[in-house]
Design a protein around this ligand. Structure first.
Ligand SMILES: NC(=O)c1ccc[n+]([C@@H]2O[C@H](COP(=O)([O-])OP(=O)(O)OC[C@H]3O[C@@H](n4cnc5c(N)ncnc54)[C@H](OP(=O)(O)O)[C@@H]3O)[C@@H](O)[C@H]2O)c1
Length: 243
């Protein structure tokens, strides 16, 4: 049987959600492609997985650089020829000190849209031949509850407003439904998952109630491994019932 393959964006940090997702997919016998802007950082993590006898390859991929997406797609095509899972995990740096859309730096909004929305959108277009070559590919967009601040006015407290991030994640949720609709006549399922508050940046000192990345990764992996009857175009927040 052909080995499954998964590509995860934003896999540059050992404590990051992306690496936890990559590890769990590797444990489920996927060849994992760990991608980062700085390929040497992804390579350190890929080497860790290879030492644990997993199939792991590091690739350079910058979501603001279309050529890097084409190069990454070429590498996947040469090595495995198909892609069963794409996890859009990367996200632009968040400025939590901005508390209102009225104070938003629009260059920061544009940057967040580039990395969190247009990057994943272009990446899906670039990888489509590989996703179509798999029997039933899954695309998972890693969202955030912060999207609900812009979408519904949900009050998460002053320290969590970050309008650029919130706006971009809301747009990513919309993109999820748009892509799911565009792919409705294919076996490809597209869903978004909010992983919940996760302890990926202990240096910030504000993660006392956050859970480990390995716990948050489970919901992402679940969406990445849905069976053929699974939903598409949905946003899940962990713990999430499948209806
Ligand atoms: N941690 C939480 O509590 C939480 C809660 C809800 C949602 N999330 C979501 O979970 C995902 C992972 O976050 P995390 O907490 O694990 O933080 P993280 O490790 O900082 O993840 C962000 C990743 O995105 C990468 N990135 C930034 N700009 C990029 C670009 N232009 N091209 C490619 N990659 C780029 C970063 O790479 P560099 O190292 O090169 O900057 C980093 O690897 C994000 O989508 C985040 O919004 C996290």
């Amino acid at each position: 049987m052909t080995m499954k393959a998964a590509l995860i964006t934003g896999t540059s940090r050992p404590l990051g959600l992306g690496f936890a997702v990559a590890r769990q997919l590797a444990e489920l016998d996927h060849h994992v492609f760990l991608t980062a802007r700085d390929v040497s950082r992804a390579e350190l993590l890929a080497a860790r997985l290879r030492r644990e006898n997993h199939q792991a390859t590091a690739l350079r991929l910058d979501l603001t650089d279309a050529a890097s997406m084409v190069e990454a797609a070429d590498q996947v095509a040469q090595r495995v020829g198909h892609l069963d899972v794409l996890v859009n995990n990367a996200s632009d740096a968040v400025d939590f000190t901005v508390l209102s859309a009225l104070d938003a730096d629009l260059d920061a909004v544009r940057s967040a849209l580039d990395v969190d929305v247009l990057g994943p959108w272009r990446l899906v277009q670039t990888l489509l031949p590989l996703l179509t070559a798999a029997p039933a590919a899954r695309i998972v967009n890693v969202s955030s509850i912060s999207a609900q601040q812009i979408a519904t006015g949900l009050d998460l407290g002053a320290s969590l407003r970050a309008p650029a991030h919130s706006f971009a994640k809301h747009a990513l949720d919309v993109l999820t439904t748009v892509l799911a609709r565009a792919l409705k006549d294919t076996p490809i399922l597209v869903n978004a998952v909010d992983p919940g508050e996760t302890a990926t940046h202990p240096e910030r000192g504000d993660e006392q109630d956050a859970r480990p990345a390995a716990d948050s990764a489970r919901g992402v992996v679940r969406a990445a491994t849905l069976d053929g009857n699974g939903p598409t175009g949905r946003l899940f927040r962990d713990p999430w019932p499948l209806t």
